[in-house]
Design a protein around this ligand. Structure first.
Ligand SMILES: [Zn+2]
Length: 137
């Protein structure tokens, strides 16, 4: 079975099923297909609008996204190399650095939004960077 989008001379559009394209041609020639709306037998196959899927786009990130990922990965590697990871102790550790002025210790870790807010209230500005998963790419 094959489905065609059909259009009559009065621009009515409708769909119809046929056994195959040959049968369609045969019925059309014999004027056995009529418009479901106005019963005219002047029918044409209408061009189907192509379906556009975004799936491909998602699976294949654009150049810009790939470049951005690369840059974020570079940033992550830079941080891992030059900063000490303190994990969830970050708020405590960052206060130590900030209040004790123990040199220029570079640390990174995680905070909850509440902890980040508290630190900001204390005048400790944090930089949040998008942490890209190394497994991607
Ligand atoms: Zn019609």
């Amino acid at each position: 079975m094959i489905k065609y989008n059909l259009k009559c001379k009065n621009k009515h559009e409708f769909e119809s099923w046929f056994l195959d394209s040959l049968e369609f041609e045969k019925l059309l020639k014999r004027k056995m297909i009529e418009c479901v709306f106005c019963r005219t037998k002047s029918i044409k196959k209408s061009i189907m609008s192509p379906r556009v899927s975004n799936k491909k786009e998602i699976n294949q990130p654009s150049k810009e996204i790939r470049k951005m990922k690369k840059d974020l990965l570079k940033l992550r590697k830079f941080v891992e190399k030059n900063f000490d990871y303190v994990g969830k102790n970050f708020p405590t550790e960052v206060r130590k650095v900030y209040y004790d002025k123990k040199g220029n210790k570079n640390i990174y870790g995680t905070t909850t939004p509440k902890e980040a807010e508290d630190l900001k209230d204390e005048g400790i500005e944090l930089t949040t960077i998008p942490w890209i998963n190394l497994k991607e790419n």
